[in-house]
Design a binder for this molecule. Structure first.
Ligand code: 3YP
Ligand code: ZN
Length: 368
């Protein structure tokens, strides 16, 4: 079955300048300056592979528009927004807070990034497309109400989620964040909100430091509606599939969202410089198919993915293509040349210590 899949992209996203760095360290450290870890390359190559594969022209292009102040202020503090606006007008740019450098004009790009996810939500809710992927930049899942973090300026998916709840009148939304880092921003923004189920599957204590514990379950009226699955470093496809089968899908079935968001980082892939996991293209295809199945059951198939991390330039495009093929139900001729390398890695199957952690997370289902 083929589906109508929306795709959000804008060339301006690539003009967000994270500056001269060595990985995540600014120039000035005793280290040769080079590119920042979060640069256009993986995003551009993802879009380029979609074009070369022939899939791009079969997707429905969704034009991003800038998020309004009102939309942004549903999530962020006015003080933070004023500071970003001011620093974005500086000739040298500024920093969102923690490890979030940006060049001049980046606030306006971040506003278009958040607005891109809103446009994807509207296209899905208006029935113009069945599902959508917003290949936006800068990313969003670490951004908190009053500060940027980990390359994220505005909480794109959370801003779009508030739009879905407050403007479009949905009752419940769910987040399934498969970026290798903890979705701390989404967690914080919806901490006390029972209308949003926030699930993050991430590498145990990678980034942010001291964040993403399985014991962090939400507070107040939102207690029980935050689920962290901090998988041990070295987890492979078996571990991710077990997490989906035993935690993510049952949680979604219990919560019954009207729309599912996927903050989609591809940094849980093998070879990613900022993660230590072993996901591969077929693994991402399988996780996407699992989500499509449950979304079909619960919410007419409505899924909106918004791009987060993923830093290995050669591999990320194949992970992205696999996800886009699954979302659209269209298989291209392109074969993922990295599959033999990744599928043969030792420890792709679920390991006992990973199983133990997933057992812990499974206990949280009783609260839903
Ligand atoms: C931020 C600083 C070190 C790790 C990095 C993580 C950014 C990311 O991809 N978040 O999802
Ligand atoms: Zn990440």
């Amino acid at each position: 079955m083929t589906r109508k899949t929306g795709f959000v992209w804008h060339e301006i996203y690539m003009w967000h300048d994270t500056g001269t760095h060595a990985g995540v360290l600014p120039a000035g450290n005793p280290i040769q300056p080079g590119t920042h870890a979060e640069n256009p390359e993986t995003k551009r190559r993802f879009k380029n592979l979609l074009e070369v594969s022939g899939l791009y022209e079969q997707l429905t292009q969704i034009a991003p528009r800038p998020a309004t102040d009102e939309e942004i202020l549903r999530v962020h503090t006015p003080e933070y927004i004023e500071r970003l606006k001011a620093e974005s007008a500086f000739p040298r740019g500024g920093d969102g807070g923690m490890l979030t450098p940006f060049g001049p004009g980046s606030y306006e790009i971040a506003v278009l990034s958040a607005g891109g996810v809103i446009a994807a939500v509207d296209a899905v809710l208006d029935g113009k497309v069945d599902n959508a992927y917003a290949l936006v930049r800068p990313p969003g899942h670490h951004a908190e109400p009053d500060m940027g973090m980990g390359f994220c300026l505005l909480a794109n998916a959370s801003i779009a989620g508030r739009h879905a709840l407050d403007v479009r009148g949905l009752d419940r939304i769910a987040y399934v964040d498969w970026d290798v880092h903890h979705g701390n921003g989404t967690q914080k923004i919806f901490w006390e909100d029972p209308q949003a189920l926030t699930i993050s599957i991430h590498q145990d204590r990678n980034f942010p430091p001291d964040s993403g514990y399985v014991t962090d379950i939400g507070g107040g009226a939102g207690e029980g509606y935050n689920i962290n699955v901090p998988l041990p470093a070295g987890s492979g496809v078996g571990s991710y599939e077990a997490t989906f089968d035993r935690v993510v899908l049952p949680a979604l079935r219990a919560f019954k969202p009207d729309l599912i968001f996927v903050p989609s980082g591809f940094d849980a892939g093998g070879h990613d410089p900022l993660g230590r996991m072993m996901m591969h293209g077929e693994g991402y295809r399988s996780l996407t198919n699992k989500l499509l199945g449950v979304a079909e059951e619960l919410c007419d198939g409505r899924i909106v993915m918004s791009h987060e991390g993923g830093y290995n330039a050669p591999t990320v495009p194949f992970f992205g293509l696999a996800v886009m093929e699954a979302l659209s139900g269209i298989k291209t001729e392109v074969e993922d040349p990295f599959m033999p390398l990744f599928s043969g890695m030792g420890g792709q199957e679920l390991q006992p210590h990973q199983d133990q952690l997933i057992n812990e997370a499974e206990k949280l289902l009783a609260r839903l």
